[in-house]
Design a protein around this ligand. Structure first.
Ligand SMILES: Nc1nc2c(c(=O)[nH]1)N[C@@H](CN(C=O)c1ccc(C(=O)N[C@@H](CCC(=O)O)C(=O)O)cc1)CN2
Length: 307
């Protein structure tokens, strides 16, 4: 059938530009921090403490980006780097010090921690009012409860939902599938979508035929950590796809010898979906923007209490 003039069929999904959206949010944070500092007559400054244990290159890069993000936003950053050989007690001592420091409104311990440490024990030591990563079991628990609000929501799931909202993609009444059930992404993402009245299914490594559920979904959040796991023909035409995966695959044509791909096969999915996030440049930049937003929220609460 001939196309009506001016009417165009969409043969490719619209890209959800996480980098641009994150930049907008960072600008909003910068303005709000400046307003807060001005209101306090320069006496109050939001502060974030970043604890890094070990020498993982990727963690070092993320920590650097977080500190740079703070600097650009006018947030003071504090940092403690400990060697891989540090003991659990040494990390706990650093966390306790930041818990007690009134200049610090947010604390994060970069994950993953070395394998000899009990991650949950360390995350639980972070004061709930400073848990800007939202990983404390009490914050996760509150997220799961109707009628309760967590102090902070984990950054990657929060950023994923923010991408949907800022792209005007309706959530309420829609059917959503979250691929993956990790404590820090899949599970909180499912809870956030449910709080916005989506009907949510979580598929995971033990789900037989996950494509059966994904084919029904208006919204897919993929967070299973398996490169190209979700195929294009698993998707409902026109659906929104948020790809949380950041997987390195060998690529000798690249300077660093690898390229990053998501948990969704982008080349196939872009032909079927209505909207899709790229990797890189999708959810990743939102993680840091949400961390800065959470730090600002924590600082504002502390400021109000201190007035
Ligand atoms: N304490 C925490 N640890 C970890 C978190 C977290 O939220 N809190 N998340 C990840 C790592 N992470 C932040 O810490 C993070 C990952 C990826 C990106 C990002 O912007 N990625 C870019 C690509 C980067 C590249 O080229 O290598 C993108 O997707 O465009 C930001 C933050 C695990 N640990």
């Amino acid at each position: 059938m001939d196309k009506v003039e001016g009417e165009q069929e969409q043969d490719q999904a619209q890209l959800i530009d996480g980098k641009a959206i994150a930049e907008t949010i960072r600008g909003e944070i910068r303005d709000e921090v400046a307003r807060l500092k001005e209101e306090s007559g320069g006496r109050f400054e939001p502060g974030l403490a970043v604890v890094l244990v070990g020498e993982r290159k990727d963690s070092q890069t993320y920590v650097r980006s977080k500190k740079k993000g703070c600097e650009e936003a006018g947030i003071k950053s504090f940092g403690t780097d400990l060697p891989e050989t540090a003991t659990e007690e040494e990390v706990l001592a650093v966390v306790r010090e930041y818990n007690a420091d009134p200049r610090v409104h947010g604390i994060l311990v970069q994950l993953p921690l070395p394998s000899h440490m009990d991650e949950e024990k360390i995350l639980m030591a972070i004061s709930i009012e400073k848990d800007v990563d939202g990983f404390h079991p009490e914050n996760i628990g509150k997220l799961a409860m109707r009628g309760r609000d967590p102090d902070f929501v984990c950054c990657t799931p929060k950023g994923s939902v923010e991408l949907l909202e800022r792209s005007n993609i309706p959530i309420a009444g829609k059917s959503a599938v979250v691929v993956g059930r990790s404590n820090i992404v899949g599970t909180p993402a499912a809870m956030l979508l449910q709080r916005r009245n989506a009907t949510v299914t979580v598929v995971h490594s033990r789900t037989p035929n996950p494509e059966k559920y994904i084919r029904e979904a208006d919204i897919v959040i993929a967070a299973c950590g398996v490169a190209n796991f979700v195929r294009g023909d698993w998707l409902k035409p026109g659906c929104a796809v948020i790809d949380v995966g950041i997987n390195a695959v060998d690529d000798p044509t690249k300077k660093r010898g690898y390229r990053l791909v998501g948990d969704v096969c982008f080349e196939e999915a872009v032909k079927v979906a209505g909207q899709i996030t790229p990797v890189p440049g999708g959810v990743g930049p939102m993680t840091i923007a949400m961390l800065l937003q959470n730090t600002l929220e924590g600082a504002k609460k502390a400021y109000e209490q201190g007035k």
